[in-house]
Design a protein around this ligand. Structure first.
Ligand SMILES: [Zn+2]
Length: 255
């Protein structure tokens, strides 16, 4: 049986049978995998705190192609993100992020760029004390980009007519991106009125996290854009159900 060694972030963990745990990882070299950590719920076990959600670990597991659940041999913690765990806003944000990761990826779909994105988001989240909302926006758009569904904001997604950012006080949006006035007539759309949209969309389109983090937005605006981004990513989720952690996120972030 081959032994695989890789870096991973923990997306989920739950009790399995009497004394074990089932852990979902997003790994650098093998994409999303699910493992059984045998005996991980016994008082004395070799895994310690290395199986907590959000942790960044070095793992070793036994791999069998025909098996859905792999066997975890070892997990060593690289970062526990203790500051994130102490902050309710960060926790709510990471909860939503790991649920999105879990739901947009099928098992064993290797994507190193996606692993790098998670790495960037987790470590930035641990280091900065604000801007969780913008990191979430960046994360969702980057997810769509890396999966091949990058939305367009500078032209109409239907007729391709170029749309100006500067005077964009009213935005017509579908789940694929922006629409011109004509194309938006016969479609269910989201209509937004905020002078800030124009410059934000330029930054989102360029996917520049650095620029995004510099700008200030009102709470109402944050809520609207987050709702919109969740609508954008929802058609690409596996399992036909709303994101469970989004309710919690909204209660924490926009209360
Ligand atoms: Zn159009």
């Amino acid at each position: 049986m081959p032994i695989n060694k890789t870096e991973a972030f923990i997306l989920r963990q739950s009790p399995f049978r009497d004394s074990s745990k089932m852990v979902t990882f997003f790994t650098r070299d093998f994409g999303k995998i699910r493992c059984i950590a045998k005996g991980a719920r016994r008082l004395k076990n070799g895994f310690g705190a290395s199986l907590e959600i959000f942790s960044h670990c070095d793992i070793i597991y036994y791999h069998k192609d025909q098996r859905e659940l792999q066997t975890l041999a070892k997990s060593e913690i690289l970062h526990y993100f203790s500051l994130c765990r102490l902050n309710l806003h960060k926790t709510a944000c990471l909860d939503l992020i790991v649920e999105i990761v879990d739901r947009v990826h099928l098992d064993r779909d290797r994507n190193i760029s996606y692993f790098d994105l998670l790495h960037q988001i987790f470590y930035q989240m641990e280091q900065t004390d604000h801007n969780h909302f913008k990191m979430l926006s960046y994360f969702i758009l980057k997810t769509l980009d890396l999966l091949g569904y990058r939305p367009t904001f500078s032209s109409c997604v239907r007729c391709r007519e170029a749309l100006v950012h500067a005077d964009a006080e009213i935005l017509r949006l579908s789940t694929e991106g922006r629409l011109c006035e004509r194309c938006s007539l016969h479609q269910e759309i989201l209509l937004l009125q905020e002078p800030q949209w124009g410059s934000l969309f330029t930054d989102l389109e360029n996917l520049s996290l650095e620029k995004l983090l510099q700008e200030k937005q009102t709470p109402h605006f944050k809520k609207e854009i987050t709702d919109f981004l969740i609508k954008l990513v929802s058609p690409h989720l596996h399992q036909n159900a709303p994101l469970k952690s989004y309710e919690f996120f909204k209660n924490v972030a926009f209360a």
